[in-house]
Design a protein around this ligand. Structure first.
Ligand SMILES: *Cc1c(COP(=O)(O)O)cnc(C)c1O
Length: 355
């Protein structure tokens, strides 16, 4: 039985990406490495929609999130975090641990962050606004472009965790005025985990001068210095970078725009099919529903996933506190129309069997 997986990270790694890893080891202080690094950065710039440099950090996405805090902010800084689910909460928790003064702006579960509700919180002393691009718990996307309009002409840095967005959702860092973009290798980039990517606008880079946090491993000043020669300060996850390079070449050949379109139409078809089967999404409406993952309400999540698994379909579980009554269906990475149709048929069988 061919297994079909619809995970939310780490996602399935396509065969051609796995095969690219079968090669001799080499040092990161060689022209061979530099070529890969340079190539990946150039392609990632297309994914981020930026002409700024992109730093390759050997850590999961959370490492780059931490780097954004410790390089561009200081303890006591006042920052604003719209809360739309677990991952926005995680960023807020991290900021509080590092001693920043955090104002959370809570939204109902299944809603996106409303810029007009957040705007009044952006007072004089606010240094940063942390908006998750795609909330991987509730399956909702935020309108970064609208948030960029709020911060663009202010000293406030707009920081986005796009770990489950970049490569699957439109992202125009420069045009939208996003100051810090973060993503990781194991989601839309369909590679093994272990690498994260971070880009800083000129405004964010200038803020590094004023940060009073100590940093070494995650010190982006050191990344900047090495980046000039297409290297990293310490040994990077070379094999993960090879995988990312292969995956990015695939997306480039498909066309980055085309890949986004595929992700979008897959998600639209999935949402329509689920609706026809009488299943509801957590996302309040289609316009804010994420195209990289759908969080679906089901009566018994464990049983639903088990029955789908028996048919060869792997989907992700819901996140706390919704582990029992939601499941998440990832449409990020190497997912095609046939996969969605097959999944919908399997879901239909599971539901019919139960009724
Ligand atoms: C997966 C995910 C993360 C965490 O990334 P790690 O690579 O596990 O550290 C952060 N934010 C979002 C939105 C995610 O989907």
């Amino acid at each position: 039985m061919k297994k079909r997986t619809f995970l939310c990270g780490p996602v399935e790694i396509p065969d051609f990406v796995l095969k690219s890893l079968h090669r001799e080891s080499f040092s990161h202080r060689t022209p061979e490495y530099e070529d890969i690094h340079r190539d990946v950065v150039a392609l990632m710039q297309k994914v981020f929609g930026t002409s700024r440099d992109i730093y390759v950090v050997t850590a999961s996405g959370t490492g780059a999130m931490e780097a954004s805090i410790t390089n561009c902010f200081s303890p006591g800084d006042h920052v604003v975090v719209p809360i739309v689910g677990n991952f926005s909460t995680q960023f807020s928790t991290m900021l509080q641990k590092f001693g920043l003064k955090v104002t959370e702006v809570p939204f109902e579960y299944g809603a996106s962050a409303d810029p007009s509700v957040v705007e009044p919180y952006l007072k004089e002393d606010v240094k940063g606004l942390f908006v998750v691009h795609n909330e991987s718990s509730s399956g909702v996307s935020n309108d970064l472009e609208a948030f960029g309009k709020l911060t663009r002409d202010t000293p406030i840095l707009l920081v986005t965790d796009s770990v489950s967005g970049a490569g699957g959702l439109p992202l125009k860092m420069d045009e939208w005025g996003v100051d810090i973009v973060i993503t990781a290798s194991q989601k839309c980039l369909m590679s093994p985990a272990g690498l994260s990517f971070i880009a800083l606008s000129a405004k964010a880079e200038a803020a590094m001068e004023h940060s009073s946090f100590p940093s070494y491993y995650f010190g982006l000043d050191r990344f900047k210095e090495k980046s000039v020669i297409h290297q990293t300060p310490t040994t990077p996850g070379i094999y993960t970078l090879i995988a990312v390079q292969r995956a990015l070449h695939y997306l480039n050949e498909e066309g980055f725009e085309q890949a986004l379109q595929r992700t979008k139409s897959n998600a639209e078809r999935l949402r329509q099919g689920l609706k026809e089967l009488g299943l509801d999404l957590v996302a309040k409406d289609g316009a804010i529903a994420s195209d990289t993952l759908s969080t679906v309400r089901v009566p018994d999540a464990k049983d639903f996933r088990k029955k789908l698994k028996e048919k060869g379909f792997i989907i992700a579980g819901g996140l706390p506190p919704h582990t029992e009554d939601t499941v998440r269906i990832g449409t990020m990475g190497y997912v095609f129309k046939e996969d969605i149709e097959a999944l919908l048929s399997a879901i239909k069988e599971v539901l019919n069997h139960d009724s």
